[in-house]
Design a protein around this ligand. Sequence first.
Ligand SMILES: [Fe+2]
Length: 285
Amino acid sequence: MAKIAVNGARSVSIGVSDLPASVKFYTDVWKLSVAAEQGGTVYLRATGADHHVLALQQRAVPALLSLDLSAPDRSTVDALHAAVRKANIADIQAPAPIREPGGGYGFGFKDPEGRILRIIAEDARHQDAAVVVDRPLKLSHIVLNSRDRAGTTEFYNRVLGFRLIDSTKAMNFLCCNSDHHSIAFADSDAATLNHIAFDMKDYDSVMRGAGRMRDHGYGIEWGWGAMARVTTCSRISSVPTTRSSSTRRKSSRSTRTIKCAAPSSGLGRRAVSIIGASPSVPPTA
Ligand SMILES: [Fe+2]
């Protein structure tokens, strides 16, 4: 019997305190593009097939609102729903059509630390997907700060089908497809968003991206170096999970990355890094 598991991290939803400025940053500088707008949410796509990789909403306080994980089909969604229910997660929705841009079939729930996750299958895919120089192709991985790295890792592995593929003194790296990791958990005193990484075509794209950041006034915060594949990291170290949460519980790759100062548009102490994703980079800014 095939393992019941998610097979990717499609998108992240974030609340920002200055929506127009954030959209301008992610389109003009980060080189995503607007895929849709609905109900005050702006959905941004990369050049790959995923309908969107980032959804931005205006919020008084910056917040990580939800993570969307993908499943291969609706029967897997149903099976994962049963697994989450069996894990005694009380805050869970029934599987249903997703009524927002991208659509699909899925359900949402809160993980043991209060993050809102959605598992979605059969969502819209762009037919014009392409690898384009200087532009992000897709999400690479999401790093989440965690109060309970071991317990949260165990939940994602046992219930959602992830696999622990790497671990350092402060971080666990979880795999669910051919990527080295799609999610990582970093030790912290709060269940916040650490950073989001995006895949780029090649190192030249990363270097030009670094130049683009500088040209727009965002200073490089990390150094820069090589990794298994070219990745662009957006480091958002102080964005909390949604405040409605009530269930919180408690390799040897190159370490140099480029990290830039954040736009002041509302993601707290956000900083943006390019070609990050080194396991040895400290988990918080
Ligand atoms: Fe990273």
